[in-house]
Design a binder for this molecule. Structure first.
Ligand SMILES: [Zn+2]
Length: 143
């Protein structure tokens, strides 16, 4: 990681240096500087490719772990909303029922809007469900 930053920084510094001293250099020196600069850029490019690969494999690892975790969490369904089950009670906000169906069981936890409603950050659907298993409030009867 540090090496990547250094080689990219080196390349950028070389560009700045080149434009500053271009006039003072002989043709041979200038060509040599270009060769060095190309080398630095190639190194930087290679490092970026390696980082992309590493990033991709880390993302896959995270996705795999997230699947394992959700598979192991016990859940309870309350009027169509799936909640994590903690000490025998529905806990936190439920998972988006729309995405559960649309994305073949993939769980997206809803985000709280207020004490009655929550919204899915993935599909943006608002649901009449809140934390701890409170679902299908009739707004009018609670005001
Ligand atoms: Zn959703």
């Amino acid at each position: 990681m540090v090496g990547d930053a250094i080689s990219l920084k080196g390349a950028l510094e070389a560009v700045a240096r080149l434009s500053q001293i271009k006039k003072e250099l002989s043709d041979a020196d200038f060509k040599q500087s270009i060769v060095e600069l190309r080398g630095l850029l190639l190194d930087a490019q290679e490092n970026i490719l390696e980082l992309r690969e590493e990033n991709l494999s880390l993302k896959q690892e995270v996705e795999k772990l997230a699947k394992i975790q959700t598979a192991e969490t016990p859940t309870v369904e309350i009027e169509g909303f799936l909640y994590d089950l903690v000490n025998g009670q529905p806990s936190g906000l439920p998972y988006c029922p729309t995405c559960l169906v649309k994305e073949d069981g993939k769980r997206y936890r809803l985000g709280k809007l207020n004490k009655e409603f929550s919204e899915c950050n993935n599909c943006k659907v608002t649901h009449n469900a809140s934390s701890g298993g409170r679902v299908n409030f009739e707004s009018s009867s609670y005001r």
